[in-house]
Design a protein around this ligand. Structure first.
Ligand code: ZN
Length: 282
């Protein structure tokens, strides 16, 4: 699943379209097989002629803001991605395109390709309506914010509802820190040398500080590596990310820890795998 860094890289690529006039937003033929897109083309007709003012990232969501005040909420889901390509290019590889956006005076188009169809592309009446949408409203601090808000991070970890939970579970909770997914959760805990099974209430203040710095370092490094390509992720230009080349624990069960040589362990927390080194992470 694309995590914060992959969505951030996607955002930076899509920014080339900011300020452009929409020629059309078209729902593809294949999209009409799915309930969430079926019969909804008319909702997007009035975007023709409006200007795409800005795209923002909120956690793993992209919010498309137009000068007609309307807003589109977009989530990449499990395997969704944006493809930026030339209008008349041979796009045979894009088999699951759901949305095609064409711009005035531009040869480049943006295609939302979503194999497993867990993604979202929904119209909202205005910006406030999106900000009040439950999944957006509940988002915690942004893990990609710079400088990393370490005081806020300490504060969110003081909430009663999470004190007894294992830190490996809490880091995936988008209402605590938005943008961390399964890969960067394991990598951040490894860098901070913290065992994922530790209850939040047992973490010392200095450990939380070290963890906050590790989260920020890992997420920023991932953006600079164009994200991780484990299965399907590609950036909008069709390139694979390279963050997987520096992963130290994620997906490495049974491999030797690069620091101490101990075999990397895998445990399951909230049905998600967590990878860690029992010797390095205390
Ligand atoms: Zn180790």
């Amino acid at each position: 699943m694309p995590e914060g860094p992959e969505v951030e890289y996607t955002l930076r690529s899509l920014k080339e379209f900011e300020g452009k006039v929409i020629h059309s937003i078209r729902l593809s033929e294949i999209s009409q097989k799915y309930e969430k897109y079926k019969g909804r083309q008319s909702e997007f007709v009035e975007f023709s002629g409006s200007i795409l003012n800005k795209i923002e990232r909120h956690g793993k969501f992209l919010v498309w803001i137009f000068n007609n005040k309307e807003v589109i909420l977009n989530h990449l889901g499990m395997s969704g991605k944006w493809v930026i390509c030339k209008k008349n290019e041979d796009n045979r590889e894009i088999k699951y395109s759901k949305v095609i956006i064409e711009f005035e005076n531009s040869q480049m188009i943006a295609i939302f390709d979503d194999t497993r169809n867990f993604g979202q592309f929904r119209r909202f009446e205005n910006y406030d309506a999106v900000m009040n949408y439950r999944s957006i409203k509940k988002l915690g601090l942004d893990g990609l914010e710079l400088p990393f808000p370490i005081t806020d991070f300490k504060n969110v970890l003081k909430q009663n509802k999470i004190l007894n939970k294992a830190i490996g579970r809490v880091l995936l909770d988008q209402t605590v820190v938005a943008g961390i997914g399964n890969i960067y959760k394991s990598e951040s805990l490894f860098l901070a040398k913290i065992n994922p099974l530790r209850a939040v209430k047992n973490l010392k203040s200095i450990e939380i500080e070290v963890l906050g710095k590790a989260v920020s370092e890992i997420l920023q490094k991932a953006v600079n590596s164009m994200g991780s390509t484990i299965h399907t992720y590609r950036n909008p230009y069709g390139e694979e990310g390279s963050a997987q080349k520096w992963h130290q624990v994620y997906g490495k069960e049974g491999n030797n820890c690069e620091v101490c040589g101990t075999s990397i362990s895998r445990i399951v927390q909230d049905k998600r795998s967590t990878f860690y080194c029992e010797h390095c992470q205390l």
